[in-house]
Design a protein. Structure first.
Length: 237
């Protein structure tokens, strides 16, 4: 019972990590890309309506593209796992001695003596399902992915992108000119980037303050580059 409880906790930990990773992917791009686009347009147009229309179009397209990317990544992970699973079943069926040798190598690495290695390998060989499961985890380092991983990843990344993108764009709904919208958008986005970078770094085990500064500076640099390019390009025409 204790073993089952430990495994359940491990699986929940993995799923939680995947969920957090998807939020980070969607939110970080959602905050920076629409912000950079709106900043660029603010240097080239005189109407908030243009910025809002372009921003909404980008958020929709970006969320779909990011969600699709998450879905395909999840499907690729599942396909890779099942391909390796079939290969392992084939190998324990047709190359049992070689697979036993690989089991012994695993435990040799942990310092077990040869007799113990042979006993473990022979015991595992009595149950092909457990044998294959062992090889998947300890030879290949693969855990069975959640069957709903691709769908959940697509939804989490897409929604996170939308929520992140609406933050910088919201400023243009309550201001009269693109320049004023840019000022408010920059304030909102910088604050959110700092908070997001801080908690992202805490979750991933990085120094929170350094992570917050790094994420914030990245977003500011992207927006500044887009603004200057658009403004200078507009002057040429």
């Amino acid at each position: 019972m204790a073993g089952k409880g430990t495994m359940h906790h491990h699986e929940e930990h993995l799923r939680s990590s995947d969920f957090i990773k998807d939020i980070v992917i969607g939110m970080s791009d959602g905050l920076t890309v629409p912000f950079a686009l709106a900043a660029g347009l603010s240097g080239a147009v005189q109407s908030n309506a243009v910025v809002i229309t372009a921003g909404i179009a980008e958020i929709v397209a970006g969320s779909i593209a990011m969600g699709l990317g998450g879905y395909l990544a999840g499907k690729t992970e599942q396909d890779h796992y099942h391909a390796e699973l079939l290969r392992e079943y084939d190998e324990v069926e047709n190359l049992p001695e070689r697979e036993k040798a690989e089991v012994r190598q695993v435990f040799e690495h942990y310092g077990l003596n040869e007799d113990t290695q042979n006993i473990i390998a022979d015991e595992l060989a009595k149950d092909k399902d457990k044998w294959v499961d062992f090889m998947m985890k300890y030879e290949l380092g693969l855990e069975e992915p959640d069957a709903n991983r691709a769908r959940n990843s697509a939804a989490t990344i897409g929604i996170s992108y939308i929520l992140g993108g609406l933050i910088p764009l919201s400023a243009y709904f309550v201001t009269g000119t693109p320049f004023k919208g840019l000022i408010l958008s920059a304030i909102l986005t910088v604050v959110c980037l700092f908070i997001f970078g801080y908690f992202k770094s805490r979750v991933t085990g990085q120094p929170p303050l350094n992570g917050a500064i790094k994420v914030t500076l990245t977003g500011i640099a992207a927006a500044a580059a887009a603004f200057l390019i658009a403004r200078n390009f507009n002057r040429l025409f």
